[in-house]
Design a protein around this ligand. Structure first.
Ligand SMILES: N[C@@H](CCC(=O)N[C@@H](CS)C(=O)NCC(=O)O)C(=O)O
Length: 218
């Protein structure tokens, strides 16, 4: 019998949360059918109302796996990590907890950076420049990545590729679109290039970059 697994994803140049879940499934080579929910206005509300019929948060992503509804990118990412052939969280219990902290930090808005720099804007022909406060916060995040990579020895934040790296992909995209000078953070520079070159990331971005720009809500 064929497996039924549908990911309700979102408009690819506007859905950073959907992207994270999608990347985790792709990285684990978990087969799924994708249903792209158009979250652009004005159709957004009507489309999300349909999602609300089976998923309480009325948001994407949602994975419906054999009839079981798994909502929220974090839950889907953890499921992908458990279901696929290579866990996307470290085996060591302390390292795993630390990696989950990074994931949780992204999930709780990365100290406000995600709401001030929209994912949508990273696809604009001229994404604009960082404010002084954003540039300061970006530098702090580059330094955090640099330290994580130095501690683990790379090539990813926790050594091997983990959910933390995947969760940061839309953040890297946002920040790199503003063309920061990463010379002071060489490990971060190499890691971000490595991450953005992963076939899963390239696959999503190729579709996202071909779409008409979306004016963000913020
Ligand atoms: N915490 C949720 C956030 C999901 C989310 O905000 N998704 C956006 C698209 S990327 C959405 O559907 N927004 C519609 C809304 O909340 O009205 C997750 O991680 O899945």
């Amino acid at each position: 019998m064929e497996l039924s697994r549908i990911l309700y994803s979102g408009t690819k140049n506007a859905s950073s949360w959907a992207m994270r879940a999608w990347l985790a499934l792709r990285e684990q080579e978990i087969p799924f059918e994708e249903y792209v929910v158009d979250i652009r206005r004005p159709q957004r509300l009507e489309n999300l109302a349909r999602i609300a019929e089976f998923s309480a948060p009325a948001a994407v992503p949602v994975l419906v796996d054999e009839g079981v509804v798994i909502f929220d990118s974090l839950a889907i990412m953890e499921y992908a990590s458990e279901l696929g052939p290579h866990a996307l969280l470290p085996a060591d219990i302390r390292l795993r907890a630390h990696t989950r902290s990074l994931l949780a930090w992204v999930h709780s808005g990365l100290s406000g950076l995600c709401s001030s720099i929209s994912f949508e804007s990273s696809f604009y022909p001229e994404p604009g420049v960082l404010t002084e406060a954003e540039a300061k916060e970006a530098k702090r995040i580059f330094a955090v990545w640099e330290q994580e990579l130095a501690n683990s020895g790379g090539p990813y934040l926790a050594g091997e590729l983990s959910l933390a790296d995947l969760a940061f992909v839309p953040v890297v995209r946002r920040l790199l679109s503003r063309q920061p000078d990463l010379a002071s953070w060489p490990l971060t520079m190499a890691w971000s290039a490595r991450l953005m070159a992963r076939p899963s990331v390239v696959e999503w971005m190729q579709v996202a970059e071909a779409l008409p720009p979306v004016i963000s809500d913020e």
